[in-house]
Design a protein around this ligand. Structure first.
Ligand SMILES: *Cc1c(COP(=O)(O)O)cnc(C)c1O
Length: 430
C-alpha cells in the first residue's frame, strides 16, 4: 500500500505538534514506520488519506464497539448540536445517561461524569483517599490508569516495593504513595499491605488487563483482592475504562461476579466522544463536592454532545444484548483461525482472549503479568507481524502491549480476510 499523502501530512504535523501526534502510541514508535492519517471511517473499515481501506482492530482503542459512524450515535450528536453545544449548566440528558448506566452496572448508585478515563481514575483515587483518610495506593505493574502523576510509577529497585517515577516531572513525593504489585500475585499484595499497615486507601486494578496485551485475572485473584480489601478497610477500584460496557453490559463486575467499591469508565461510555465517569454507592459518592468535602469539577463535564453520544451508545447495547454474544463468537472465531495459522506455520504463540478483547504474543510461555508480556514482546516478532498485516490492509494496534478490540460491524468475511492475512504475515516470522 502507498502512504504518500499520510507521510506528507505527518511531516507537516511534526512541525507544530510534538511527534506529530496528540497521544504517543499513535506515532508508531514501538513498531517503526510512520503513522497513517485517517480521512474517515464506516463500520469495520478505516479510509486513510491515500484512499486505502483498512479493517480496523483498534476502533479508537475500544469505544467504537458498534463500528465507526454508527448511525444512531451520529444522529444523536447532530440533533443535540443544533440545540447548543455547551452551557456549563445542568441538562436532562446527564440524568438520563446516569440512570441508564446505573441500571446496567451492578453495585453502583451514583455516577459522576468527567472528560477522560485519566480524569475518572485520578478522581476515583482522590475520592478513595478522602473517604478512607489514608494516603497510599496499590497499583499493578502493566496496568494503565491514564497519565495522572500517581499512576506514572515503575517498580523500585531490588526488594523495595515503593514505586519510582517513570516520567520526568513526576515527583518522588508522589511516587512514594504508589505501591506496585505483580498482576495475578495475591501473596505479593498481601505482603505490601502487611508492610504498610493502616496506610492504604485503595487498590486500583484493570480487572481484565488490556494495556499489557489482554490478561485475564487468574481464578480467585479478584475474589482474593476483595477479601483483602474487606479485611483491611481498603477500597477496591475496578478501572473499567476499557472493559466497561464491552465485556458485558455490567463490565467485569458482572462477568466475573466480583464487587468493586468504585468503578471507573471511559471509552465505550462516550460513544466516541471524550467522556469518562466514576461511580460507587451513595455512601461513598456523598463524599464528593458539592455534597461532601472531596473536590472534583469540570467546565465541560457532562457536555450535552458527549452525553447524547454516550446515551445513544449505551441504549443500543442495553436493548440489543445479543451483541455481547455475537462479539464473543466473532472473537472466538478469530482466535481459532489465528491459532491454526500460527500452528501450521510453526510460529510460537500465545493468544489471550476475554470476550471481544484479544492479544497475540509471539512466545510459547503463558502471558499472565507484565514480566511475561514484556518477555514475549522482546523478540521483535510482533513488529514484523504488525507491518505484514498492515501491508494487507489489516490495522492492528501498533504495539505488542496493546489489545485488539473487535467491533460488531465486523463480518465473518472480514474475519476470514484477517486470518488469511495473518497466514501471509506469519511466513515473515519463520
Ligand atoms: C484508556 C484507559 C485509561 C485512560 O483513559 P483516557 O481517556 O485515555 O484518559 C485508563 N484506564 C484504562 C484501563 C484505559 O484503558
Amino acid at each position: 500500500m502507498i502512504y504518500k499523502r499520510s507521510s506528507a501530512l505527518f511531516a507537516e504535523a511534526q512541525k507544530v505538534i510534538p511527534g506529530g501526534v496528540n497521544s504517543p502510541v499513535r506515532a508508531f514508535k514501538a513498531v517503526g514506520g510512520e503513522p497513517i492519517f485517517v480521512e474517515k471511517a464506516k463500520g469495520a473499515y478505516l479510509y486513510d488519506a491515500d484512499g486505502n481501506a483498512l479493517i480496523d482492530y483498534i476502533n479508537s482503542w475500544g469505544p467504537m464497539i458498534l463500528g465507526h459512524a454508527y448511525e444512531p450515535v451520529v444522529d444523536a450528536i447532530v440533533e443535540k448540536a443544533k440545540l447548543g453545544t455547551s452551557f456549563g449548566m445542568p441538562t436532562q440528558i446527564e440524568t438520563q445517561i446516569a440512570e441508564l448506566a446505573i441500571s446496567m452496572v451492578p453495585n453502583i448508585e451514583m455516577i459522576r461524569f468527567v472528560n477522560s478515563g485519566t480524569e475518572a481514575c485520578m478522581s476515583a483515587v482522590r475520592l478513595a483517599r478522602g473517604y478512607t483518610n489514608k494516603d497510599k495506593i496499590i497499583k499493578f505493574a502493566g496496568c494503565y490508569h491514564g497519565h495522572s502523576d500517581s499512576f506514572l510509577i515503575q517498580a523500585g529497585s531490588g526488594a523495595v516495593t515503593f514505586g519510582s517515577p517513570n516520567s520526568p516531572g513526576v515527583t518522588q513525593g508522589t511516587a512514594k504513595d504508589t505501591l506496585l504489585a505483580r498482576y495475578n500475585d495475591l501473596a505479593h499484595v498481601e505482603e505490601i499491605i502487611a508492610q504498610n499497615p493502616h496506610q492504604i486507601a485503595c487498590i486500583i486494578i484493570e480487572p481484565v488487563a488490556g494495556n499489557m496485551g489482554c490478561i485475564s485475572p487468574a481464578p480467585g485473584f479478584l475474589e482474593g483482592l476483595r477479601a483483602l480489601c474487606d479485611a483491611h478497610q481498603i477500597l477496591l477500584i475496578f478501572d473499567e475504562v476499557m472493559t466497561g460496557f464491552r465485556l458485558a453490559p455490567g463490565g467485569v463486575q458482572e462477568l466475573k461476579n466480583v464487587q468493586a467499591d468504585i468503578v471507573t469508565f471511559g471509552k465505550v461510555i462516550g460513544g466516541g466522544l471524550p467522556v469518562g465517569a466514576f461511580a460507587a454507592n451513595t455512601d461513598i459518592m456523598s463524599y464528593l463536592a458539592p455534597l461532601g468535602p472531596v473536590y472534583q469539577a469540570g467546565t465541560l463535564s457532562g457536555n450535552p454532545l458527549a452525553m447524547a453520544a454516550g446515551f445513544a451508545m449505551l441504549s443500543e447495547l442495553n436493548q440489543r444484548r445479543e451483541i455481547f454474544t455475537s462479539l464473543d463468537q466473532k472473537t472466538k472465531y478469530l482466535h481459532k483461525g489465528l491459532s491454526q495459522v500460527f500452528t501450521s506455520r510453526g510460529v510460537a504463540h500465545t493468544i489471550n482472549r476475554e470476550q471481544s478483547m484479544i492479544s497475540v504474543h509471539f512466545s510459547h510461555r503463558p502471558v499472565t503479568d507484565f514480566e511475561t508480556a514484556a518477555e514475549a514482546a522482546s523478540n521483535g516478532m510482533f513488529n514484523t507481524f504488525f507491518h505484514g498485516m498492515l501491508d494487507q490492509g489489516i490495522y492492528i494496534a501498533p504495539s505488542a502491549y496493546e489489545t485488539w478490540f473487535l467491533t460488531d460491524a465486523l463480518t465473518y468475511k472480514d474475519l476470514d480476510q484477517t486470518i488469511n492475512a495473518a497466514d501471509h504475515a506469519a511466513k515473515l516470522l519463520t
